[in-house]
Design a protein around this ligand. Structure first.
Ligand SMILES: *[C@@H]1O[C@H](CO)[C@@H](O)[C@H](O)[C@H]1NC(C)=O
Length: 203
């Protein structure tokens, strides 16, 4: 009896997971037009440089397509070239498992298309963002918190209109190298002066 109950609840849980848990990106309409300030190929610095993101409803979709949209989340996403051999950034069509868009830029209430006003947000790139190639994606959510539409700055294959961010740790590494060179130089010059002084003393 207990085991039957267990199996029944497991089954129910699985069904619920499938019904409500997993929204797939491929099932969403690309109803939002998204643009971001970086030029293609531009290199920006984490913790310093700013990105401006604009988004709005694509008016070629029928009015009311966005009637269930309540809020949006703007995210910074890894481009495929920065996902190779990195399973922790892997794309999954199941959005509960997708690791493409790990950096949250902002969450905002959705501005209905009837207003026809583009929304915009200025973001100073987070200090935790690592060196990689990126694009920006905006998800629209309904009141239940499920993704119901999206838009992105790159094409479907995520190869166009990418920009690069230089992470802070990468910059520190080059500073460390410079520091190491300077200290090596000072040790060498110290011995150099010591040697000159010694030979002067001899003379
Ligand atoms: C708006 O959607 C249409 C139809 O899907 C598409 O052809 C068009 O490129 C989109 N416009 C923009 C600016 O993305």
């Amino acid at each position: 009896m207990a085991s039957r109950l267990f199996i029944a609840s497991l089954l129910l849980f699985c069904l619920m997971e499938n019904c409500y848990g997993a929204v797939h990106l491929s099932s969403l309409k690309q109803t939002l037009v998204v643009t971001a300030s970086p030029n293609p190929g531009q290199v920006l610095k984490a913790g310093e440089d700013e990105i401006t993101v604009n988004w709005g409803f694509n008016q070629s979709f029928p009015a009311g397509t966005d009637s269930a949209y309540t809020n949006v989340k703007v995210k910074l996403c890894y481009a495929p070239i920065s996902q190779i051999d990195r399973s922790w950034r892997k794309t999954n069509d199941d959005l509960t498992k997708d690791k493409t868009c790990q950096y949250s830029i902002v969450s905002k209430p959705y501005n209905p298309s009837t207003n026809n006003v583009k929304q915009s947000f200025d973001w100073i790139i987070g200090r935790d963002v690592p060196t990689a190639a990126y694009f920006v994606r905006v998800y629209a959510y309904n009141s239940a918190g499920d993704e119901v539409g999206y838009g992105q700055t790159s094409d479907a294959k995520k190869t166009t209109n990418l920009f690069e961010i230089q992470g802070i740790s990468g910059r520190h590494a080059s500073l460390d190298i410079a520091a190491a060179c300077f200290s090596a130089f000072s040790v060498v010059s110290l011995f150099g002066f010591f040697y000159i002084e010694k030979s002067k003393a001899k003379m």
